[in-house]
Design a protein around this ligand. Structure first.
Ligand code: NAD
Ligand code: IPM
Ligand code: MN
Length: 344
C-alpha cells in the first residue's frame, strides 16, 4: 500500500519546515520500508497570488482524497489589510474536512526542562483538545465604520462530539478531563458546561473538572501538573495552547493533529513567523513531531513515531538548537541532526 499524503507548505517559514518534515519522513520510510507519495499543493498567501483564493479547488479536492494532510503554516503581512486573507483558507479547510477535534499535546522534552520559564516542569504532561470548527471563528463577522460584531455560537452536537473525543483520549491517559469555559458570562459556555457534564456520564471512570478560562490561564503557570486532558472551545484553545507552548520552552516544538470523521490533518501550532521567514533558522521540531503524529495516528506506525521523538530528544540533548532555544543551528542542521540520530 502507498500512503497518499498531501503537503501544504504554505507561507513564511512553512516551506522551510515542510522541507525538514518531509526529509525526516523520507528517511523513516526508507528504514521502515513503507511506500508513500507526497503531492504538494498551493495554500495560503501563495495561493491567493496564483488563484485569487487561499484554498483553491484543486487543493481542497486533493486534500479530501488524501490519506493524511501535512500543513506547514500560513499567514503573510502582505494581506493584513485585504479582504481575502491566507487565514481564511485554514478555517475553510478545517470546516470542509470536518476537523472538529484539534489535539495539541504539551510534551516537555527532557533537554528543554531548563529552558522552560516555569521553574518546575517535572510531571507536566497534558493534551489540549481544542474544538476547531465552531465558536466565534465561524460566526458572522460584521465590521462597520463605528461598530463591529463577531457572533459566537455552539450547538449541543458540536460540544458533544468534541467532549467524546476528550473523554476517549483521557481513557488512554490519566483519566482526568478539565473542561475550560467562561460560563459565568457566556451563553455558549453555559451550554458547553452542561453538555460536557452530560457526556461525562458515559465515562464514569474518568474524572471531570470544570475551570473558568481566566483562572485556567493562571493555573497553566502555577500548577500545570494538575492537567491531563483539557477540552475547550475554539478561541480559548487557540490562546491557551500558545501559553502551553511557552511552558514547553518554545512555540517551535508544538505539534498537533486535527481530526473529524474523515482525513486527519497534521500541523505545528505556530504560525508563519514572518519575522524569521527565509532565514533558514526556523525550528522544524513542531513540524517533524507532527509527521510523527501522522505516522502513529493515521498509519499505525507507532514504532516509527517513537524513533522520531527519540531522535528529536537526542538532538536537543546534544545541543543542536535553533535560535528560539538560544542556539545558532539552522533548520537544516536540526533536521539532519534528527535524521542522523534515528535509531535503526
Ligand atoms: P507566529 O507563531 O508566526 O510567531 C510568533 C513568534 O514565534 C515569532 O517571533 C516567531 O518568529 C516565533 N516562532 C513561531 N514559530 C517558530 C518556529 N518554528 N521556530 C522559531 N520561531 C518561531 O505568530 P504571529 O507572529 O502571531 O503570526 C504570524 C502569522 O502567522 C499571522 O499571519 C498569523 O495569522 C499566522 N498564523 C498561522 C498559523 C497556522 O498556519 N496554523 C498559526 C498561528 C498564526
Ligand atoms: C492556529 C492559528 C489559526 C487559529 C489562525 C491562523 C486562523 O492561530 O492554528 O492556532 O486561530 O486557529
Ligand atoms: Mn494559534
Amino acid at each position: 500500500m502507498t500512503y497518499n499524503i498531501v503537503a501544504l507548505p504554505g507561507d513564511g517559514i512553512g516551506p522551510e519546515i515542510m522541507e525538514a518534515g518531509l526529509a525526516v519522513l523520507k528517511a523513516v520510510a526508507a528504514y521502515e520500508g513503507f511506500d508513500y507519495e507526497v503531492v504538494s499543493c498551493d495554500f495560503g498567501g501563495g495561493a491567493i497570488d496564483t488563484f485569487g483564493m487561499p484554498l483553491p479547488t484543486p487543493t481542497l479536492k486533493a486534500a479530501k482524497e488524501a490519506d493524511a494532510i501535512l500543513h506547514g503554516s500560513i499567514g503573510d503581512p502582505r494581506f493584513d489589510n485585504e479582504a481575502i486573507r491566507p487565514e481564511q483558507g485554514l478555517l475553510e479547510i478545517r470546516k470542509e474536512l470536518g476537523l472538529f477535534s484539534n489535539i495539541r499535546p504539551l510534551k516537555i522534552y527532557d533537554a528543554l526542562k531548563a529552558v522552560s520559564p516555569i521553574k518546575n516542569v517535572e510531571n507536566v504532561d497534558f493534551v489540549v483538545v481544542r474544538e476547531l470548527t465552531g465558536g466565534i471563528y465561524f460566526g458572522k463577522h460584521t465590521l462597520n465604520e463605528n461598530d463591529a460584531e463577531d457572533v459566537c455560537s455552539y450547538t449541543k452536537h458540536e460540544v458533544e462530539r468534541v467532549a467524546h473525543a476528550a473523554f476517549k483520549l483521557a481513557r488512554t491517559r490519566r483519566k482526568k478531563v478539565t473542561s475550560i469555559d467562561k460560563q459565568n458570562v457566556l451563553a455558549t459556555s453555559k451550554l458547553w458546561r452542561k453538555v460536557v457534564s452530560e457526556v461525562a456520564k458515559n465515562y464514569p471512570d474518568v474524572e471531570l473538572h470544570h475551570q473558568l478560562v481566566d483562572s485556567a490561564a493562571m493555573l497553566f503557570i502555577t500548577n500545570p501538573q494538575q492537567f491531563d486532558v483539557i477540552v475547550t472551545e475554539n478561541l480559548f484553545g487557540d490562546i491557551l495552547t500558545d501559553e502551553a507552548a511557552a511552558i514547553a520552552g518554545t512555540l517551535g516544538v508544538m505539534a498537533s493533529s486535527s481530526k473529524g470523521d474523515k482525513v486527519a490533518f497534521y500541523e505545528p501550532i505556530h504560525g508563519s513567523a514572518p519575522d524569521i521567514a527565509g532565514l533558514g533558522i526556523a525550528n522544524p521540531i513542531g513540524m517533524i513531531s507532527s509527521v510523527a503524529m501522522m505516522l502513529s495516528d493515521t498509519f499505525g506506525l507507532h514504532g516509527a513515531a517513537k524513533k522520531i521523538e527519540d531522535a528529536i530528544e537526542q538532538t536537543l540533548k546534544d545541543g543542536i538548537l535553533t535560535k528560539d532555544l538560544g542556539g545558532n543551528a539552522t533548520t537544516q542542521a536540526v533536521c539532519n541532526g534528527i535524521i542522523s540520530r534515528l535509531d535503526y
